[in-house]
Design a protein around this ligand. Sequence first.
Ligand code: NAP
Length: 253
Amino acid sequence: MRLQDVHAVITGGGSGIGAAIARALAAEGARLTLIGRRRDALEATAASLPHAHVAPADVADRAAVEAAFDSARGAHGPISILVNNAGIAPSAPFARVTAEAWRGAMAINLDALFHCCQAALPDLLAAPAGRIVTVASTAGVKGYAYTAPYVASKHGAIGLMRALAIEYAATGLTANAVCPGFTDTDIVGQAVANIRAKTGRSETEALAELTRFNPQRRLIDPVEVAEAVLWLCLPASRSVTGQAVMVAGGEVM
Ligand code: NAP
């Protein structure tokens, strides 16, 4: 048990990659707080884990984030690990992106990291091995068409991790990003449905539009992303900071 009784907060812990991260950290003995908007999804993930507290909140709402982190501390004490995983992936041609859609992507994929990192910071700095891991994306290091707000916000997410890594390098806190390629979750399910609706292609053809980016020609399993996050959370990973770790089948070398 390499994270015995360590308190980890995971945003977006009710589904997909976040739920896989929750299971991976719990398997190493961590106590968890799961944050997301849908209480039922959080409780469904928490039900199978030994010490999982749920704190429903919209991570784009600063006051709600502060209340959720207070609730987290009330349940499990000071926070040692913050996993910024909540995110949305809207798609549209750039010319049709509305100001509201742009702001919405920035609010959840980037502003929320600012809110959560600041809310957890005093605890993370006091912890013997404070950890911030942000689930960014290959879209944080390269461009994709039809998803400009997502690409821009994920580039910003990696930039924030690099800034914090340098600013806190003399402390025990590390800050890193994990960058999955297309991963088998609801976000990809929605993307496949979108492609089908807009092009009339079959499910197999629509899926191939996404897997073609991965040299291994497959979707990433959320468990693979969770294992990379777990590794960065371990005390032994203290020399790894400011990194963007690709979990993408070789898509970005
Ligand atoms: P997912 O199952 O849709 O997970 C997204 C999670 O974020 C949900 O649990 C959702 O919970 C939460 N969330 C969204 N907006 C929120 C808000 N305003 N406040 C609080 N929680 C919010 O999809 P996923 O693929 O696991 O995505 C997890 C992360 O991986 C995202 O940051 C995504 O960008 C990144 N990623 C995914 C892929 C992929 O191909 N799947 C690839 C690269 C990176 P609620 O709806 O209950 O709030």
